[in-house]
Design a protein around this ligand. Structure first.
Ligand code: ZN
Length: 246
């Protein structure tokens, strides 16, 4: 019996109103159960599942990571749950450059050495590295990453160093600027030198720029403006309508 035959038979059967209601309820219950089973198997799509940075990036990932920027305790719990070793440094700075949350993840391939950032930036960076940068390096460039070159995280300044501009996310260590990648086979891929073009290096950079947009609130690349021609700016500012990703 096909499904349409089944439906026809159901229509022809003289079901009471109560039978129909009970049947509809049964179907609804089955759909809910199937949905729950699917969500249990895909925590990255489940808004209620605890965030684990080792999970793939899914529909619920950006909302869950965004919630960490105002909740340092929960953010550190996420790092622990995800088996990420880190140090919480003592607060520093004052005023617009006060940094109550200075988190340093151990063992990252950053060069110079990993700078303290907010926990939310550290968590997003961890997920970006594991779920975007490393897989893209393996599949597109066919080499693991040896080093990631950066221009720093903390800088007590306003945006674009203009006196009338809002404070930069760098002023609180809530951002990091990524300039290039050194592969284990010795190649060096830089935003400045390799963004333009059709080659694998350009494809890799575009892939990981897009990959940063779920975990980070703001992603600015050479596509955004000339000030970002040589680095990706990644930060955890409050996300506007979907955040900025360019
Ligand atoms: Zn920046």
């Amino acid at each position: 019996m096909t499904f349409s035959q089944f439906l026809k038979r159901l229509r022809d059967a003289r079901l009471s109103r109560f039978d129909r209601a009970a049947f509809a309820l049964l179907i609804a219950f089955a759909v809910v159960l199937a949905g729950k089973g699917w969500l249990d198997a895909h925590p990255e799509h489940n808004p209620w599942a605890p965030l684990d940075l080792r999970d793939p990036m899914g529909w619920a990932t950006d909302r869950k990571i965004a919630a960490l920027r105002d909740d340092v305790a929960e953010c550190r719990a996420v790092l622990e749950r995800s088996d990420v070793e880190f140090a919480a440094l003592s607060p520093a700075g004052e005023g617009s450059c006060a940094r109550p949350d200075r988190t340093v993840v151990d063992g990252l391939p950053l060069s110079p050495a990993t700078p303290p950032t907010t926990c939310a930036v550290a968590a997003a960076f961890e997920m970006w590295l594991r779920r975007s940068v490393e897989p893209a390096a393996e599949t597109i460039l066919e080499s693991p990453i040896a080093r990631i070159e950066h221009y720093g995280a903390f800088s007590c300044r306003r945006m674009y160093d203009r006196d009338d501009a809002p404070w930069s996310e760098h002023a609180t260590g809530n951002a990091i600027d990524i300039a290039g990648f050194v592969l284990e086979d010795g190649r060096r891929v830089t935003v400045l030198g390799d963004w333009d073009g059709e080659g694998d290096e350009a494809r890799f950079l575009r892939e990981i720029r897009d990959g940063a947009c779920k975990p980070f609130g703001t992603v600015l690349s050479p596509d955004y403006n000339a000030a970002h021609r040589d680095h990706f700016h990644l930060d955890q500012a409050a996300r506007g309508f979907g955040g900025v990703c360019r």
